[in-house]
Design a binder for this molecule. Sequence first.
Ligand code: ZN
Length: 688
Amino acid sequence: MLVYGATYFISEVPSPEFWEKDLEEIRKRGMNTVKILAVWEDVEPEESKYRLENHKALLGLCQKVGLDVLLEIRHKNRGFPRWFTKNYPESMMVTAEGYKKLDSACYNNPFYRRSSGRFVKNVVKEFKAYQCLKYWDIWNEPHLNSSGDHFYELNKMVCYCEDCQDGYRKWRAQQQTFNKQTTGDGWQGIDIPVLSRFTRDHRDRLYFMQEVMVNEAKRLYDLVREEDNRPIALHDVFISPVFPAVALGNDDWELANTVDIYGTSCSGPASTGEEGGENFYWFTPMVLDETRSAANGKPWWNSEWHVAGRILPLSANRNRTFETIKKEYFEMLTRGTTGLITWAYRTYSNTFCLVDIYDRTTGTFDHMTQITRRLKEINHFEQREIRKPEVAIVYDPTNQLKIWEETGDSKILHHATESIYKYLYDSNAMIDFIHGLTAGKASQYKAIVIPAPLGLSENMLEALKKYVAQGGVIVSEGCFSYLDGYASSIQGVPAHGFDKIFGIKIADMSPPAPSGKDSALIFKDRDGREFPAVYRHHYELVKTTGAKVLLESETGAKVTLNEYGKGKAIYISGLLFPPTNYSRDEFYNTLAVAGELIVKERDKKNCKLTNNYSILDYVFETLGMKGSLPLAVRRDIFGSLIVYHNNNDAEQMVKEEKDCYDIFSTAKYQSKRDIPLAPGETKVLFRE
Ligand SMILES: [Zn+2]
């Protein structure tokens, strides 16, 4: 069943008189679920004194009206009780500089564990009798760094309380790499890495904190499970940079592994406050694909669809267009999401609401209702089969941590990944992110693309090696695996046997410069024609030892292709991604430049170039995967529906094999005839 509904934020709803009317309206508009928050401070306003009557009244009304309930148990993130901070000041998280964070208790602290455990248990015991309650959500946006800043700042990093220091020392002493000779006192003598990132120990501390987060998720899960059998969800938020191993200290794959349903808080333009704001069109599908990949076959939700857009103080209610709501709605459905929970129905703060405090319904809510009603009319509301992912992008947290250690830049991997993602998205590929790679999983992909592979984990390297030997295709950016386990550079790059796989050796190199240090590089084809491109400054002297050179510049081979085992390995020297983010038009697409040269090189006599031809297009073509769609037009399926997204700012034409009609305009299109897609349009067609 598609869980579809709105968050009813009890501490922000004006008054109980609204409740029944609001719930009736939610149901009438085709929603089946309400998300209710049991915020710690509201439910337990004084230590061991509970205030439950509001929640019970609301649950009773949901039951009466016929709505299901997802109950989020909120113990962090603005729900932290003041009495706890006052009564247990020694339990608060401590930053690297030694300050106590007054809004966050430490997960390793025994007082926090006792108090939060009692709160969670009591909530479950008190509310589990309500039949309308169908799901629990145990953790809203688990982040180590609660400052809300998603880039790494050492001085704000937590937690350095005594429990965490001891916990880290004991954890460290159990690691294989631990050398007892270096600490005369045994584990008590282990150093705590604080403000320098230039240490393997610091990465270990982040691994340790990731484990702390995962253990906390398991603890919360078990507390609920001891009392009740309903499915348990948890949801993260992915704000740029999308992968949070460095800045937020968590690992989505590991967190997803602890629960029954995984979710994200995924916003469209709400993140910037503007329709079509920076990065919006690429951010949403990428976050959805990441959440789907992290859920690894489990049901996954958008647990906070910030659908309404931010309404800034004193500004007019900023309604969003039908087109953009339709786009987001179908981006989610065609990826197989099983839950769409909007944030929020009615709020005082006047942000992200479907109905405002003056009782005005936003246009956004009307658009959503129109789409939902139409899907119900044609019996297409429930979850449908989705396309199988064809291509995977590697995400390896070890690699992310080593890149940050080497360069001090927590954004390099994000930018490289985002740019590759968008390219594949524009080429109409269904994309997975891979974190752990097993042989069975790898065999489903026609190609695996590896962004910024400076220090991949040994497990990932082994898996990739097997994948190529057995017939897979890898496409890698440069600097391949030149950082060892200590993030020091290795002799003989690419290491770990990848020199044979790529058929090259790196004779000389410099590491990539941090963000903002980009420069223009001139590519040349063999006729001497020059192609300027924006390029992350990096120098790599590539010597081929069997690979075929596809493209070169004045510093030698830039793109090579090698056959290895039954597969192929393509190496793109350097980091070929735009300097800030892909979706800004002013940055020239360097992948496109490389692709153009490759095509010319391959087929000089009969060369039909299109703009934006990329090396990834070349790989697709080599594999027989290249489709007939125009660039930046996507075609997804959702049961009998075909969903087109035209992400170009010009009209595009597509064709279908069968007769079909537009479910929103009822315009009919005959088979094999042109179907126009307006600039930016999402068109949903029913196949006859
Ligand atoms: Zn701590």
